[in-house]
Design a protein around this ligand. Structure first.
Ligand code: ZN
Length: 58
């Protein structure tokens, strides 16, 4: 068998504000919006998202 899934530690999510890949375990900010969780690289990205989520989420 050669079907190893990557460990969850390798999962990256995209910071929708700046487009950077963020490791969820190291994210500076996490917000839930419409049932989805978003991770951010910095407090300022998180604040931008909170101010106007619709601008970043479609
Ligand atoms: Zn960011």
């Amino acid at each position: 068998m050669n079907n190893n899934n990557q460990s969850s530690e390798d999962v990256k999510v995209v910071d929708v504000v700046c487009g950077m890949e963020v490791d969820p375990s190291k994210a500076r900010g996490v917000e839930k919006y419409e049932g989805k969780t978003y991770c951010f690289c910095s407090d300022s990205c998180r604040e931008s998202f909170i101010e106007d989520p619709k601008r970043y989420v479609r």
